[in-house]
Design a protein around this ligand. Structure first.
Ligand SMILES: C=C1C[C@]23C[C@@]1(O)CC[C@H]2[C@@]12CC[C@H](O)[C@@](C)(C(=O)O1)[C@H]2[C@@H]3C(=O)O
Ligand SMILES: O=C(O)CCC(=O)C(=O)O
Ligand SMILES: [Fe+2]
Length: 351
């Protein structure tokens, strides 16, 4: 959710639980082959129409993904006391069921790790040196993909220089605000399943990511759903499940990129429904800019049509810096499960 020039009233929707969704992205899923000719145009079209796309021919080695996922699985399988020793997430570190600082809840546990330059920051509470090493190799691969994608966005939009967006996130020496998140969604226990045969508890409630882009990898357990844009602002979203594909990645448009393209690209609302039977593990790289970066439409896009006698395009958003957006929560607004009795009932099962 982005703050428009005339701030819309924020509806606070506390989801009791996500209804199960029949719709499934099948052949309509936007897929971009990064090695194909015309990939830049495909990237822009997918970002404009869906706010996300699946990436193939990404060049990331299976070992890099598999090693970090194995480290994540090992950590989340460790005794609760050992995990709690790395929390509470404030915001970085280990968290369980509490998401962020607004009292939002989700059926998940996670590690939130800050990145400094091209690797985890030294202050980041990585639980072991082996996880830290695996994470650093993974972050290196994600930074490469973020550069490729953001350069294609600039190319596709006709923005120069080609690194205009990429350098904000992965520029040498840029003190950019990148984050690595490892999520584990335990299966929904039978008790909960019986209580809600047609629904599943919310793993991670509806939200948009506030950065420029997020790059998501998950194991083969489904759960991620996206809201199709066509009525996104009207409040009635069509939620569609994104089939998991461990061989690929999902690039997700963040609120900051929506603002920088003056709304031409739209951040996509997404959420996770906990799977009834299997654990879901996901790893997300968040490509944020430096705190002092102005979050405003790129000037080149506002004046693009002026040469043909057109008026300069007006900005649709109030201007702020990335640091300010953090403080006032101007960007991603989470609608997450507050508390369900069943969730409370079963919390000891998770502990
Ligand atoms: C409720 C919240 C969790 C979040 C910070 C926030 O106040 C609103 C944005 C949320 C989000 C969504 C994408 C990422 O998972 C995240 C790390 C981020 O940068 O923004 C989370 C934040 C969080 O979990 O602290
Ligand atoms: O875990 C997932 O699949 C998505 C989580 C997510 O959207 C986030 O961490 O911002
Ligand atoms: Fe997200």
């Amino acid at each position: 959710m982005v703050v428009l020039a005339k701030p819309a009233a924020l509806e606070q929707i506390s989801l009791v639980r996500s209804p199960s969704v029949e719709d499934n992205f099948g052949a309509g899923l936007p897929v971009v082959d990064l090695a194909a000719d015309g990939a830049a145009g495909e990237v822009v079209r997918a970002c404009e129409r869906f706010g996300f796309f699946k990436v193939v021919s990404h060049g990331v080695g299976e070992g890099v993904v598999g090693r970090l996922e194995a480290e994540a699985v090992r950590f989340f399988a460790s005794p609760q006391a050992a995990k709690d020793a790395h929390g509470p997430a404030s915001p970085f570190g280990y968290g369980s069921k509490r998401i962020g600082r607004n009292g939002d809840m989700g059926w998940l546990e996670y590690l939130l790790l800050a990145i400094d330059g091209a690797s985890l920051s030294r202050s980041s509470p990585a639980p072991s040196s082996s996880l830290r090493d695996a994470a650093n190799k993974y972050v290196g691969a994600m930074r490469g993909m973020a550069r490729t994608v953001l350069e294609m966005v600039a190319e596709g939009l006709g923005v120069a220089p080609r690194g205009a967006l990429a350098d904000m996130v992965v520029g040498d020496g840029a003190a950019s605000d990148q984050i690595l998140r490892l999520n584990h969604y335990p299966p929904c226990p039978p008790l909960l399943q019986n209580l809600m045969p047609n629904c599943s508890p919310t793993g991670f409630g509806e939200h948009t990511d506030p950065q420029l882009i997020s790059i998501l990898h998950s194991n083969s357990t489904s759960g991620l759903q996206v809201a199709l844009h066509h009525d996104a602002d009207a409040g009635d979203h069509q939620w569609v499940t994104v089939p998991p594909d461990p061989a690929s990645f999902l690039v997700i448009v963040g609120d900051s990129l929506q603002v920088m393209t003056n709304g031409r690209m739209r951040s996509v609302r997404h959420r996770v429904v906990a799977n009834k039977l299997k654990s879901r593990v996901s790893m997300i790289y968040f490509g944020g800019p430096p705190l002092e970066q102005r979050i405003a439409p790129l000037r080149q896009l506002l004046v693009a049509g002026v040469g043909d006698g057109e008026e300069e395009e007006q900005s649709r958003y109030e201007e702020f810096t990335w640091g300010e957006s953090h403080k006032e929560n101007k960007l991603a607004i989470i609608y997450i499960i507050k508390k369900i009795s069943a969730e409370t009932l079963c919390s000891d099962l998770l502990a």
